[in-house]
Design a protein around this ligand. Structure first.
Ligand code: GCB
Length: 588
């Protein structure tokens, strides 16, 4: 299966020269291509034919050249284009990015051009040559550019297209902003001729740490790699096998990572004279009956759902400071868990969750009704999951892989998601599979969780908007939920909209009072829910949504945040915070 996933990655994701996705890109030796890039907006896609990627300065006065990067618009990388220039707020289409940089490549080194994410389709050229193309807006990709890099000035051109298409993931309709651009950092990474490409170091239970290491490059077999975890007194040398891999376990008794004790160990991997550092937490996660066990102990997930938007205002979040603010707010709410909706968030979010002690639900954008009958789309889903796993496999915080959100209950959908779940389990048996499900059977006094796909996941996620999209808030309090499965359930979404600062009677929709009323009644409902092992209300803060046009209230914001788009608390924030305090006091 691993080989199969690898083939898919090669075919769909990263074409020539690329090895498997490099583990731990932030801590490699690198130059980041950040700051201002030149940008040409190309709504009619003329750039391919006119060869924008060959740009080598403005043409002479007697030559017709209808483009010039030097005097073009400037866009900051990383960053979405929509919030950088008001002309691009609604834009969906192609933008050509251009940057020159100085390099001093050394003869026996290798160079990867590594993109943390580009939304959605990226075609990359270095010094006029196409080095590869990548599809998918929220996961990293890389191209080996050793052969095309020159000493001195180099040019990189990226054609970015964020037009929505039927066979994309996500597809035509989403309830979030389709931010386009090079939304996360770009890195030129320098590697030795032979280098540590991939690794996973994790707690396998029973006082043992499992270690998997893979080398890439010139000579991968029979190489010595030193693994050291100074705090645990570990300093061991291992030799790679014929395939350039090491698989081993080490006896150790680490302090186990948990929200109460988010301890991370400095782990060092050394090949020849190059040492790679990482901070890794050790923990176990499993399901027993309807319980979730973290390090063998029952845990209740006190959570909040989060979109990857800047803490103050709109635009894609990407920095460490953004992550610290957003997740700091989750901590202030009393959370021990966060749902990163609806796509892989930037790596800073994952590393910050590790550091702050927040368990993570991580998700791919298999959202609503994608082309479940299209095998190419299934390959894309596997590719996006594979890239997310490659990047995040060493993050203790990630306990749940979510493979879908609110998908229609049809046989073709269930077959698609069952195969995807199988791939996820085969490639990462150390975490749990979940999905947000919103189809249940209505009973006389509530709902029955009984759809087939709920039988496939380890943890059932339920999205339920009782009191908002249907029924009065008070009816929700009388709801009785039942489940046909003996499995843990998380209410992965519930909530209501409110424009922060709008105070009125509690039957005025969109007032803070109405939102509070929905919350209060939903909490009564949750107390009666069987198998409930966690909640992540929808959501931390208001976010941009093209589907939310109501003037004066929504203004293209989804107003279901507990915080306004500027981070100001609404009444419902305090209701949720108090509930979490009670849960905590009750030892949950
Ligand atoms: C949902 C979706 C979420 C939407 C939310 C809403 O069920 O999963 O993406 O934003 O409802 O506000 O309607």
């Amino acid at each position: 299966m691993k080989t199969c996933l690898f083939i898919i990655l090669c075919v769909v994701a990263s074409r020539p020269l690329a090895a498997e996705l490099l583990q731990n890109a932030p801590n490699r030796k690198q130059m980041q291509l950040l700051g201002q890039w030149d940008a040409i907006v190309d709504p009619f896609d003329v750039g391919d034919k006119r060869k924008f990627y060959t740009f080598n300065g403005p043409a002479g006065a007697n030559v017709l050249q209808e483009f010039n990067f030097n005097n073009a618009m400037k866009l900051h990388v990383p960053g979405d284009w929509n919030t950088q220039d008001e002309r691009l707020f609604w834009y969906e289409g192609s933008v050509w990015y251009h940057k020159t940089f100085i390099a001093a490549p050394e003869p026996d080194k290798q160079y990867l051009l590594y993109f943390d994410a580009v939304n959605y389709l990226a075609t990359v050229y270095v010094n006029g040559e196409q080095v590869g193309q990548h599809e998918g807006g929220f996961t990293p990709f890389q191209f080996n550019v050793t052969e095309v890099l020159t000493a001195g000035s180099n040019t990189v051109v990226v054609k970015v297209n964020n037009r929505r298409e039927p066979d994309y993931i996500p597809t035509m309709s989403t309830d979030w902003w389709n931010y386009g651009g090079i939304t996360r950092p770009v890195r030129l990474i320098e590697l030795n001729a032979t280098y540590i490409d991939d690794y996973q170091v994790y707690y396998a239970g029973h006082n043992s740490i499992a270690v998997k290491i893979g080398l890439a490059g010139e000579q991968t077999h029979n190489q010595q790699v030193t693994l050291s975890v100074p705090e645990l007194g570990i300093n061991r040398v291992f030799t790679t096998n014929q395939e350039g891999k090491i698989y081993t376990t080490i006896n150790a008794e680490p302090q186990l990572w948990s929200p109460d004790n988010p301890h991370l160990y400095n782990v060092e991997l050394t090949l020849a004279t190059t040492t790679l550092h990482d901070n890794i937490g050790f923990r176990t996660i499993e399901v027993r009956g309807n319980d979730i066990l973290l390090n063998g102990e029952s845990v209740f997930l006190r959570g909040i759902a989060i979109h990857e938007e800047k803490p103050f205002g709109d635009g894609r979040a990407w920095s460490k400071e953004d992550a610290r603010t957003l997740l700091g707010w989750a901590k202030e709410l009393g959370c021990n868990y966060v749902r990163f909706a609806h796509y892989p968030h930037n790596e800073n979010m994952l590393r910050m969750a590790d550091e702050l002690g927040l368990m993570v639900w991580a998700e791919i954008p298999v959202y609503w009704d994608i082309q479940f009958d299209n095998p190419a789309v299934l390959s894309k889903a596997k590719q996006q999951f594979g890239e997310m796993l490659s990047r995040d496999k060493n993050r203790a915080a990630v306990i749940l892989w979510s493979i879908a959100n609110e998908t229609p209950n049809t046989p073709v959908r269930t077959a698609f998601l069952s195969e995807l779940a199988e791939t996820v389990r085969e490639t990462d048996p150390t975490r749990l599979v979940t999905a947000a499900i919103n189809t249940q059977t209505t009973t006389a006094n509530g709902r029955l969780i009984d759809e087939d796909f709920a039988g496939v996941v380890d943890v059932i996620g339920i999205n339920s908007y009782c009191g908002w999209y249907y029924d009065s808030p008070e009816t929700c309090a009388t709801y009785r939920w039942q489940s046909a499965f003996d499995k843990p359930t998380i209410v992965s979404e519930f909530g209501a909209g409110a424009r922060q600062g709008w105070h009125d009677t509690d039957d005025t929709v969109f007032s803070e009072e109405y939102q509070s009323r929905v919350y209060k009644n939903n909490l009564v409902m949750l107390e009666n829910m069987p198998d409930l092992r966690g909640v992540s209300p929808w959501l931390l803060k208001d976010f941009r949504a093209a589907r939310r046009p109501l003037a004066g209230v929504q203004d293209y914001w989804n107003r279901k945040g507990l915080l306004s788009e500027q981070g100001i608390r609404k009444q419902a924030w305090y209701i949720m915070r108090d509930w979490y305090q009670q849960k905590q006091q009750a030892g949950q």
